[in-house]
Ligand binder design. Structure first.
Ligand SMILES: [Fe+2]
Ligand SMILES: [Fe+2]
Length: 280
C-alpha cells in the first residue's frame, strides 16, 4: 500500500486522533493531489516520462520497509548477509548526469498535475513570472521527497536557485492556507472543515508562522500561491510542462553540474530524489 493511501485510509479509519492537525491537513492535500494525478494518468493525459515511459507515482511514497525493498539477492536474507542496493535504482527512470529542474519534473515528479495546474492558473491570471514559478514549485516536496512540513522542505530545496521572494513564499504557504483573507477572496478551505471539523485550530507554530508572514512585505506573493492552489484540482485540464520552459529558464538558476551535484547545501535533498532507495 502506498503511503498516500495508507495515510488517507488511516485518517478515514479513525486514526485521525493519533495525527496532529497539521499532519491531517497534509494527508488531505496529498489525497487531493494524488487523486488528481491518478485521474490524469487514467486518462493518459500526462503520465509519460522523457522517453515515453510511464513513470507513475514517486516510489518513495511506498510504506514498505526500505531494507525489504532494496535487497538485491535472495529473499529472506537480511543485511549484512544479503546484498543491498547502493546508488541508482534500476526500476526508476534513469536521470542524466547533470539533471535539470525539467528533468526532475519529467522523471521524478511526473505527472505533477497539481503543480502544473497551479502554475497554469497563475499564468492565466496574469501574475508575474516569480508567482508562476512559486506556484509551479510550491508542492514539489510532497510530489517527490516528503509530505510533512512540505512547504519548509520545498522552500529549502529551491532556495539556492530562485529569487529569495519565491522560496520565502513557498515556505509561508505552509501556514497561510489555514487562514482566510477576504480582501483577495481566499476562504478557509471547506474541505478542511469536512476533514478536521469546525473546531480545528492550527497548531501554535503554524499560527506564529502565519502572523509573521501576514506582516511581511512578501505576504501577497505567498497568498497568491494559496489562491492559485485551491482551485487547481481539475482532472480535465491538461497542462504541458513545456508551457513553463522559458519561465524556468529565466527564473531558476540551473547549476551547470546538475541539481544534486553542485555542492550546494541542499544537493543531498536532490540526490535523495534521484536515488531514493540507496541503502546509505
Ligand atoms: Fe501545499
Ligand atoms: Fe498545493
Amino acid at each position: 500500500m502506498e503511503r498516500r493511501e495508507f495515510v488517507t485510509a488511516s485518517v478515514a479509519g479513525g486514526m485521525a486522533a493519533a495525527l496532529t492537525m497539521s499532519q491531517q491537513a497534509e494527508a488531505l492535500e496529498q489525497k487531493m493531489s494524488a487523486a488528481l494525478d491518478k485521474a490524469t494518468m487514467d486518462q493518459g493525459l500526462n503520465g509519460q516520462g522523457l522517453n515515453g515511459q510511464d513513470v507513475g507515482l514517486p516510489w518513495m511514497c511506498e510504506v514498505a520497509a526500505t531494507a525489504e525493498r532494496i535487497r538485491t539477492n535472495g529473499p529472506g536474507e537480511a543485511p549484512p548477509s544479503g546484498r543491498v542496493l547502493m546508488g541508482e535504482d534500476p526500476r526508476l527512470p534513469k536521470m542524466p548526469a547533470a539533471p535539470t529542474l525539467m528533468d526532475f519534473f519529467r522523471l521524478r515528479f511526473a505527472p505533477a498535475s497539481h503543480l502544473l495546474q497551479s502554475a497554469n492558473l497563475a499564468l492565466k491570471n496574469g501574475h508575474p513570472e516569480k508567482i508562476i514559478l512559486a506556484c509551479l514549485l510550491h508542492d514539489m516536496s510532497n510530489a517527490a521527497l516528503i509530505r510533512t512540513d512540505h512547504g519548509y522542505w520545498g522552500a529549502q530545496m529551491v532556495e539556492p536557485y530562485v529569487d529569495e521572494e519565491v522560496s520565502w513564499a513557498i515556505r509561508a504557504h505552509q501556514a497561510l492556507r489555514f487562514f482566510p483573507d477576504e480582501s483577495v477572496g481566499y476562504e478557509y478551505p471547506k474541505s478542511y472543515i469536512r476533514m478536521f471539523g469546525g473546531e480545528y485550530k492550527p497548531e501554535p507554530y503554524i499560527v506564529a508562522a502565519y502572523e509573521k508572514a501576514r506582516a511581511h512585505k512578501w505576504y501577497m506573493t505567498s497568498r497568491l500561491i494559496t489562491l492559485n492552489d485551491l482551485y487547481a484540482f481539475d482532472p480535465n485540464v491538461k497542462v504541458s510542462l513545456d508551457t513553463f520552459t522559458d519561465i524556468i529558464g529565466r527564473n531558476f538558476r540551473q547549476p551547470k553540474d546538475g541539481l544534486g551535484f553542485d555542492g550546494s547545501p541542499v544537493a543531498h535533498m536532490w540526490r535523495t530524489v534521484i536515488r531514493p532507495n540507496s541503502f546509505l
